[in-house]
Write a protein that binds this ligand. Structure first.
Ligand code: NAP
Length: 259
């Protein structure tokens, strides 16, 4: 069995790769950090393939697919992504568009292309990494939350299409709350609640994906949040999220945030 993992050089993606390797899966790992990819290749063995690619660039996403399409991939893990903090009119335009290209466009392209291949052979697993942020609007982190809403809703819709087709292809969407990874450093923020570990998130996600479940919601808080968000009016929920984000400013002016 072979899996393609995006964002494999750090955090949740790295843990997923480690856990798949332990289960005997062959891996194709991608990320921009070639040095880390090479280290992982050395650790996992020679049949591990690595592709250095910036997935915020559309042509790089298609290149990754072209390099993988004849390699009999059984599982696609769309994990690469990052977040941006700040008021919508103040966040950097380029950085934000880059984030949208990575969090949404790259995931969209890979999901579509691999889904076509998986449907042809009537087998395959797609694991999309969204976030608990996917269940709500996120003032002070608006585009990140919106991007994860896209990932969540896209995955739910595909799940239903596959169910109607009685397909053996499965799709799972991981929606974690805070996870202890490099995410915060990238965004320049820190947590105010205790995060779960990347290994915990990865193990939970894989368990759900191998069971063919749509949702992977690790932890009681995330489960309650997902259910609660259905009953709280959008405007009220946005006000609550704003207050949570706003209350997390640190003394050095950086913002803490939920993910
Ligand atoms: N940590 C949390 O609290 C949390 C909560 C909910 C959801 N998530 C989601 O979990 C996923 C993984 O994040 P993480 O928490 O594990 O963060 P992380 O430790 O920062 O890992 C992010 C990964 O994405 C890759 N990446 C970033 N920009 C890229 C680009 N332009 N092209 C290709 N790869 C790129 C990075 O690899 P390179 O630097 O090598 O490119 C890295 O492997 C993200 O989608 C994030 O939104 C995280």
């Amino acid at each position: 069995m072979k899996a393609l993992v995006t964002g494999a050089t750090s955090g949740i993606g790295k843990s997923i790769a480690k856990k798949l390797a332990k289960r005997g899966w062959k891996l194709i790992l991608t990320g921009r950090n070639e040095a880390v990819l090479k280290k992982m290749q050395a650790a996992f063995g020679n049949d591990t393939e690595i592709i250095t690619a910036d997935l915020s660039k559309r042509e790089e996403v298609f290149r990754v697919y072209e390099l993988c399409r004849d390699k009999d991939v059984d599982m696609l893990v769309n994990n690469a992504g990052y977040g941006l903090f700040g008021k919508f009119d103040e966040t950097d335009m380029e950085d934000e568009l880059n984030m949208i290209d990575l969090n949404i466009t790259a995931l969209h392209i890979l999901t579509k292309l691999f889904l076509r291949d998986f449907k042809k052979k009537d087998s395959g697993i797609i694991l999309n990494v969204a976030s608990a942020a996917g269940f709500m609007a996120g003032p002070l982190m608006s585009s990140y939350y919106a991007s994860k809403n896209y990932v969540l809703k896209l995955s739910i819709a595909i799940y239903e299409e596959l169910r109607r087709d009685r397909s053996n292809v499965s799709i799972t969407v991981l929606c974690p709350g805070p996870v202890d990874t490099n995410f915060n450093n990238r965004a320049g923020v820190s947590f105010s609640v205790k995060p779960i570990s990347a290994d915990q998130a990865a193990e939970y996600a894989l368990r759900k994906a191998f069971a063919g479940k749509l949702f992977a919601l690790p932890g009681l808080t995330v489960k309650l949040g997902a259910i609660g968000s259905r009953f709280v009016p959008n405007k009220l929920l946005a006000a609550i999220v704003y207050n949570i984000q706003q209350a997390k400013k640190t003394s050095d002016g950086k913002e803490k945030a939920l993910k």
